[in-house]
Structure formats: structure tokens, C-alpha cells
Design a protein around this ligand. Structure first.
Ligand code: G3P
Ligand code: MG
Length: 501
């Protein structure tokens, strides 16, 4: 397995505690039960006081109202923070395979909002404009070189869209980067989202419509996209999360041979999930078999669980089984445990609801706490997605490959700008990877001048358009124009020698 190390980051993270140290830090359940004097923790719950309940008898608690969860929290589950010098949720030594080849021919496809077939990655422009732009570019060598030496990496939710709703500046930004600029040049950009749950092609089709711009799967990374590399390691996998069977489709496209989803297991034995109401349609579309006769080699949480109770129960059964065989219980919870991977670690996600909703990170922490409570040991697991190093390394591959697609020049531009709304994923990851980082105010971040724990190094901007314009001005000159002049006469273009005027 490839071994990426957190030390690859520019700022080294804190040394993690050894397993033994952690065990020492966290008292065992029985030790805590007997060592805590009754009422030693006050707690602040608004518990009814004497005389408030007319028809109730109030029985005083005999124990503290302080939650037990802290003792079960994995040390690396908390939000990553530059302040703590920690940027990864994974332990040292964890391996996160990413695809060796960035060319994903089976997935590769460009989608145009109006279905108009033009060159991959290029906007639907008139041939005359293409010729005109080529002439302008011929006369502006340095600016062209600078435009090809920069790239943008866009977070999606909270930067370009909110769910299915367009952030208007996002549409304009893509027009500019797709050629509506003074050079008529395509400025390289890719999309890097912790979003998940459907095949890449389906997601770019949806995005392309919302943003009114062509988007290719070759410039697009979802949280689970790099996890296709795991298909080389595991044959039989449990895939968790997402709507219906969309994540099964994702896993099929990634090349996994034998894919099981929780519905297949519930259809085989409904008693495994006692609170689940299983519809006839779900039964008809599931693929049950005798799961006591096969070993599930790994658990892959691709997207948010739609049914915590069922998914957590099945995952816990598998983690505690002998090498992934349902119906067994391992004698040693560690050596016989199968690996579990999560596609991203965000605790919260902004949605249409006024307050952010719990995301995969919260689901994972719940699992870790349950696992620790049931076995007494920490759950080792691997988390992909921003801000993990593996995801950023994969992004480099995709940028270089996209450069070849649009400029016939497969290399990594020098000046990369990450534009994100979440300091704890987009910004910390970009900072630690040596990129320029821009934090926008259209999503998760609602703070003051900059984020205190994970400040954006290029600045905080009202929206994505302001961030892109500031970055372009820095690289291409203050007077760089964000519009292509269709009436330009290339023979009269002056001052094309310097990118910074
Ligand atoms: O947290 C889940 C996801 O919706 C975040 O997406 O594009 O902001 O990385 P994004
Ligand atoms: Mg976001």
C-alpha cells in the first residue's frame, strides 16, 4: 500500500499519542463508575426543581448529568485546526490509496448546459472569436504564460451553489475562467468538493445546468472519487450512505467487483435491524444472499447515512465480527477487524435549514463512541476528503491532467488558489498544502476579519467573484479586464509584454 505521511505537509501536525498513552488518558468505564462521587459534576440541565410538577414525582438523579461521550471520542475525530498544528484526522501510518492514473477514461465526460457538442472543456463560442482570441494571445506572451501558470480549485457547496440553488457570482466566475476575459483564454480550474452520493457524471450534469457552464468529469473531484483506488485492494465491500442505490452505482463505476449495501443485508435477515420498516419496493430492488457464507473485506462509507439506526447496527456487527462474516463475533476485536473508510470528515454541512445539519463526521464519531463503549478499544479508521493530504495530492494530479486537456501542457501551474467557505476543511487543507487560500462569506464561515483557527492566507472575500478577481489581478496585473472584447483589432493590441503592468 502507498504510505502517505502527515509530515508531507508544510507545517508538521502534533505528534499523536501512542495507543498506550491514550488508554491511560481515558479511564475505563468501571474505573469512572466507582471513582466519581455522586453529584461530583453539577451539570447545567434545566431539570425541574421541587414542586414544579403537579402530577409528577421528581426522583433526584444519583449520577452526574455530564455525558460519557468524551471518554469514547477518538483523539483525531475533532475538527482539524492550524492552531493546534493538526491538519489531519488520520493517525500516522494510515494509508490512503489514490488512483495512480488521473485519466479516468471510463468516467470521463463533459456535460454542456444546453447539450451543445463542442470541444471538451471549452465554452460554446463562435469560431471567429476563437481565432480572434488566438491572435490576441499571440501578442500577449507574458500574460498568457501567467494565465497558464495559475489555477483555481473551487469548493462547491457554499462557494458556487447552495444545494441546487446558484450563488449568482459563481456563474460569472466560470464565464470569466472559460474565456470571457481580455485574452479570451481558458484559465485552469477544477472542482474539489466533500460532497458525495452520486456518480461523478450525474453530479457534473446537475452542476453544469445550475452554473450554466460546461463542466467535465476530468476537472471534478468528489469526496469518494479518490476511493476508486481501493477497488484494487478489496473485492467484497459494504458500501454505506446516499440515496437509494446511487452509491452502489458509484462503486460499480469505480470497479468494485462485489458490492453489498445495507438493504441487501436487511432483505436477507430483517431481524438484524429491528427498527427498520422495510418497504416492498426496497425488498424487490435489494440483492439478498446468505451473508454468513461470505467475508466482507472492507466497509466504505461513501456518503451520509439515510438511516443511522440500521447502518450503525450493521457496521457495528461487521466491525465486531470475525473478519467481516456476519453471524460471528470476533474473540479479538482488533486483529480480526475489517477496515472502515469514510469519504470525508465534515461534522456539519450547510443546507436549506437555518442551522447546518450533521454530516458524515458526526456519524463517524457516533460509531467510534459506540465501538469504544462495546469493545473498550479505539476504532482505527481512515478518513478521505478535504483536508486530508491524499485528497490534495490527487487534486494535483487532476490539475496537471486538466492542463493537458485545455492547454496541451501537462504540468502543475505554480500559483494555485483554493477558494472555500469552510476553514476546517478547504482552508486548512490548502494552507498546509502550500496553496493560496481564499475564504468566502457565502457559506459556513460567518466570522470576522479572518478565521481565528485556520486563517485564509490570501484573504477573506464577500463572494467567489471577488476572490477570483483579486487573484487574477495579482497574477495578471491590476488592469486585467474580465471581459473579452469581440470588436478588438489584434494589430492594435499594445502592452502585451508584461503580465503585471
Ligand atoms: O459537508 C458535505 C458537503 O456538502 C460539503 O461540500 O463542496 O463544501 O466541500 P463542499
Ligand atoms: Mg463548502
Amino acid at each position: 500500500m502507498p504510505a502517505f505521511e502527515d509530515s508531507d505537509f508544510i507545517s508538521p501536525p502534533l505528534s499523536p499519542k501512542s495507543g498506550a498513552e491514550q488508554q491511560q488518558r481515558i479511564p475505563s468505564i468501571s474505573a469512572r463508575d466507582t471513582s466519581l462521587p455522586v453529584g461530583s459534576h453539577g451539570g447545567n440541565l434545566p431539570i425541574p426543581a421541587d414542586g414544579h410538577g403537579r402530577n409528577a414525582i421528581e426522583v433526584p438523579a444519583t449520577r452526574s448529568s455530564i455525558s460519557d461521550a468524551e471518554a469514547y471520542m477518538h483523539q483525531l475525530s475533532l475538527s482539524p485546526s492550524m492552531k493546534d498544528r493538526r491538519g489531519s484526522r488520520n493517525s500516522f501510518g494510515a494509508s490512503l490509496p489514490i488512483p495512480r492514473s488521473k485519466r479516468q477514461s471510463r468516467l470521463s465526460s463533459v456535460h454542456y448546459p444546453d447539450g451543445h457538442p463542442v470541444r471538451p472543456g471549452m465554452p460554446p463560442i463562435q469560431p471567429t472569436r476563437e481565432i480572434l482570441a488566438a491572435q490576441v494571445q499571440d501578442l500577449s506572451h507574458e500574460k498568457v504564460r501567467a494565465a497558464k501558470d495559475m489555477a483555481f480549485v473551487f469548493d462547491i457547496d457554499g462557494v458556487l451553489v447552495h444545494g441546487d440553488r446558484l450563488i449568482p457570482e459563481g456563474k460569472r466566475v466560470l464565464e470569466i475562467l472559460n474565456g470571457d476575459n481580455e485574452l479570451g483564454i481558458k484559465i485552469p480550474h477544477i472542482f474539489l468538493t466533500n460532497g458525495s452520493g452520486k456518480p461523478e457524471l450525474a453530479r457534473v450534469q446537475q452542476l453544469s445546468k445550475i452554473l450554466h457552464s460546461p463542466i467535465s468529469t476530468d476537472q471534478f473531484i468528489q469526496s469518494h472519487t479518490p476511493m476508486r483506488a481501493l477497488a484494487e485492494y478489496y473485492k467484497t465491500v459494504l458500501v454505506v450512505g446516499g440515496e437509494g442505490y446511487r452509491c452502489r452505482e458509484v462503486a460499480e463505476e469505480y470497479g468494485f467487483e462485489d458490492i453489498i449495501v445495507p438493504n441487501d443485508i436487511v432483505a436477507w435477515d430483517p431481524t438484524i435491524a429491528p427498527y427498520r420498516v422495510f418497504t416492498e419496493e426496497e425488498r424487490a430492488t435489494s440483492r439478498p444472499r446468505d451473508f454468513t457464507k461470505c467475508n466482507i473485506e472492507a466497509i466504505l462509507v461513501f456518503s451520509d447515512s439515510r438511516d443511522y439506526a440500521t447502518d450503525m447496527q450493521i457496521i457495528m456487527d461487521l466491525l465486531r465480527s470475525e473478519n467481516g462474516r456476519l453471524g460471528t463475533m470476533a474473540k479479538d476485536p482488533v486483529s480480526q477487524r475489517i477496515p472502515i473508510y469514510f469519504s470525508q470528515g465534515d461534522l456539519l454541512c450547510p443546507t436549506e435549514h437555518p442551522f447546518p445539519r450533521m454530516s458524515q463526521g458526526a456519524f463517524r464519531i457516533g460509531l467510534e463512541a459506540m465501538y469504544k463503549a462495546l469493545t473498550g478499544v479505539d476504532l482505527e479508521r481512515v478518513v478521505y476528503g478535504k483536508p486530508e493530504l491524499a485528497t490534495y495530492k490527487y487534486a494535483d494530479e487532476v490539475i496537471a491532467s486538466w492542463m493537458e486537456e485545455i492547454h496541451n501542457d501537462e504540468r502543475l501551474p505554480k500559483n494555485i488558489y483554493m477558494i472555500g467557505d469552510n476553514p476546517a476543511s478547504d482552508i486548512i487543507g490548502g494552507n498546509m498544502y502550500g496553496w493560496n487560500t481564499c475564504l468566502v462569506r457565502t457559506g459556513v464561515f460567518q466570522g470576522g476579519d479572518n478565521d481565528e483557527n485556520n486563517p485564509a492566507n490570501f484573504g477573506v472575500f464577500k463572494n467567489v467573484l471577488e476572490a477570483v478577481q483579486a487573484a487574477c489581478k495579482k497574477e495578471l496585473g491590476d488592469n486585467f479586464r474580465f471581459e473579452f472584447d469581440e470588436t478588438i483589432n489584434p494589430t492594435q493590441v499594445k502592452g502585451g509584454v508584461s503580465a503585471i503592468e
